[in-house]
Design a binder for this molecule. Structure first.
Ligand SMILES: *[C@@H]1O[C@H](CO)[C@@H](O)[C@H](O)[C@H]1NC(C)=O
Ligand SMILES: *[C@@H]1O[C@H](CO)[C@@H](O)[C@H](O)[C@H]1NC(C)=O
Length: 192
């Protein structure tokens, strides 16, 4: 039987060393603060957003432009190496004429040599109502031919400070000739 006093002493020692470590981490440029100073006393809430993402490559005003062409030396069926910079409109409904709620700004890059997988790195910059000026940041893998693609929400700003969650993307419409596409996004996000 292990001695219960041993555990007590051990726990106390652990507590003490954590304390000392924390003490050491405090410095002129960083220290612990009260959560309530940032309004984090409120309960975290879960929000759901649904909008449509328009990747427009054709026409005179494309919102998605190739900034790095695919590496031609390798198997090109997956466009491995391609990087597109985007400033894609986000609308309430699937039609471009539908209400604009924000822009998806960032880039996507073809990251697979065997299938069409994109690395998505983008900010949803909202411009509507109380979310105007707030952003949600997505970084994830997008296998574009899958019915549903899940990508992590890795953070946010404004109303989305400390955000975490995920986004589900479903292709609504695609023109294989031009590459133009409309994708439905459902975003589930925990924030304060
Ligand atoms: C590229 O790779 C895919 C999957 O591995 C293969 O099916 C295809 O034939 C390859 N294409 C070329 C041009 O090498
Ligand atoms: C969003 O905020 C910007 C800058 O504060 C402002 O110019 C714009 O009119 C706002 N848009 C809406 C739809 O409230």
């Amino acid at each position: 039987m292990p001695n219960p006093h041993f555990f007590l002493t051990f726990s106390l020692l652990l507590l003490l060393s954590c304390h000392l470590l924390n003490g050491q981490e405090d410095s002129e440029f960083g220290h612990a603060i009260e959560r309530k100073l940032l309004g984090l006393k409120r309960k975290e809430k879960l929000s759901h957003f649904k909008f449509y993402w328009h990747d427009i490559l054709s026409g005179r005003n494309p919102t998605s432009v190739s900034v790095v062409p695919p590496t031609l030396k390798l198997n090109t069926t997956t466009a491995f190496g391609l990087v597109n910079m985007i400033d894609n409109p986000l609308t309430l409904g699937p039609e471009m004429s539908s209400k604009l709620v924000g822009k998806a700004q960032g880039f996507y890059a073809s990251a697979s040599q065997t299938e069409i997988d994109l690395l998505m790195a983008m900010n949803f910059a909202f411009s509507d109502g109380k979310y105007n000026g707030s952003t949600i940041t997505i970084l994830g893998r997008n296998c574009v031919f899958n019915k549903v693609r899940e990508m992590p929400v890795i953070g946010g700003s404004g109303l989305f400070r400390f955000a975490r969650g995920y986004a589900e993307a479903r292709t609504h419409w695609v023109d294989y000739k031009s590459g133009d596409a409309t994708v439905e996004y459902n975003v589930y996000v925990m924030h304060y």
